[in-house]
Design a protein around this ligand. Structure first.
Ligand SMILES: *Cc1c(COP(=O)(O)O)cnc(C)c1O
Length: 361
């Protein structure tokens, strides 16, 4: 059983994709064209935000947001200690200091109750991460941000279509970053990303920053980057976007079945505070002897992935933090393992997986 059958996922759209790529070849226009514009409008309206900008990938989306707010050396950004490395890289790439905050062991998202203690006079923003597809409970975050005059950003790379109190991720903060890496809930055929915001000034600034700092051709107002969503990726995403909610619904069905039917005392199931909040980008369970469990599943033909084996503060790239201790983050990284979940899994596979997991001793 594959962890994620990308071929099957994208083959559902094969004919439309072939046609739209043919159109692009016929037009001979590959960047910043009509497909990009169309997708960005549709994605903004999907998220309920005023603006969406297509960029090269999720990491760039994060980097560009921080850059657009002008944060740099000496500025601190609060971020969960248990996130994918990209969230942290975006902060250090801008010269800012990430202030790592432990997660809540029940949601795996940043623990809002630990944020205030991490705030200093240098703190500029809170970067939340909707990890595994579950929206952060934003109410406390908004209150803290308001009290201390901080910006709030979302790393929404794992949470396309997730909601908090009925409001879409991507529209829960000052600016949000999305990734369309092929394996994400909304994925293209290579790298892609987007920034959503309701702030016109920030939208204009990220747009220029992502295009050599240029607001019009050969006129450069910022020291920018080159990070754009190309026409082929935009067209593919535009074809897939209308199916995102149905795909997320299928993920939710599978997760409900797993949570109702996996009853192995060795396995800790994920929790959700609101069914609508979660789009199950990954179905991560915890178990004490994680490697033995993974080997067991492999022997039964089930592919799994660890999200993630090593926390950012233990990575060689962040040697300066290697001696620090974030016990909850470390426990999660030691015990977590993601089971197959995807919109193209069959009912038989889902039932089979539950049987295999329940037979683990
Ligand atoms: C995938 C991911 C990113 C990076 O996105 P890319 O498009 O791969 O650069 C950032 N943050 C999180 C939480 C992710 O899962």
């Amino acid at each position: 059983m594959k962890f994620l059958d990308l071929e099957k996922i994208n083959n559902r759209f094969r004919q439309e994709i072939d046609m739209r790529i043919k159109d692009i070849l016929d037009r001979g226009w590959y960047l910043q064209g009509e497909d990009n514009e169309k997708f960005c409008q549709n994605f903004a309206s999907y998220c309920g935000s005023k603006y969406a900008l297509g960029v090269g990938n999720g990491l760039d989306a994060l980097r560009l947001i921080i850059k657009a707010y002008g944060f740099g050396k000496g500025d601190e950004i609060i971020v969960p200690a248990n996130t994918y490395i990209a969230t942290i890289l975006a902060i250090t790439d801008n010269g800012c200091t990430p202030i790592l905050v432990e997660p809540d062991i029940n949601t795996y998202n940043i623990n809002p109750d630990l944020i205030e203690a991490a705030i200093t006079p240098r703190t500029k923003a809170i970067m939340v991460v909707h990890l595994y597809g579950q929206a952060v409970e934003m109410e406390k975050i908004w209150k803290i941000a308001q009290k201390h005059d901080l910006k709030v950003f979302e790393d929404s790379a794992q949470a396309h279509g997730a909601k908090y109190q009925g409001q879409m991720t991507g529209n829960l903060s000052d600016a949000a970053a999305f990734s369309f890496y092929p394996g994400k809930n909304l994925g293209c055929l290579g790298d892609g990303g987007a920034i959503t915001t309701n702030d016109e000034g920030i939208y204009q600034k990220v747009k220029a920053l992502a295009n050599y700092g240029s607001d019009r051709k050969y006129h450069h107002i910022y020291k920018g980057l080159n990070s754009r969503l190309d026409e082929i990726q935009a067209a593919v995403l535009d074809i897939k976007l209308p199916y995102l909610d149905a795909d997320n619904k299928r993920r939710r069905e599978i997760s409900t079945y797993y949570r109702n039917n996996i009853n192995n005392p060795l396995i800790v199931l994920p929790k959700t505070y609101d069914e609508e909040a979660h789009v199950w980008h990954v179905f991560a369970v915890r178990t004490k002897e994680r490697d033995r469990f993974q080997e067991y599943l492999r022997s039964k033909g089930v592919q799994t992935i660890i999200h993630y084996p090593t926390p950012p503060h233990k990575q060689e790239a962040y040697k300066e933090w290697n001696n620090r201790s974030y016990p909850i983050t470390e426990q999660i990284h030691k015990e977590i393992i993601s089971l197959p979940i995807s919109p193209v899994m069959t009912d038989d596979e889902v039932v089979e997986l539950v049987r295999i997991v329940n037979e683990y001793k």
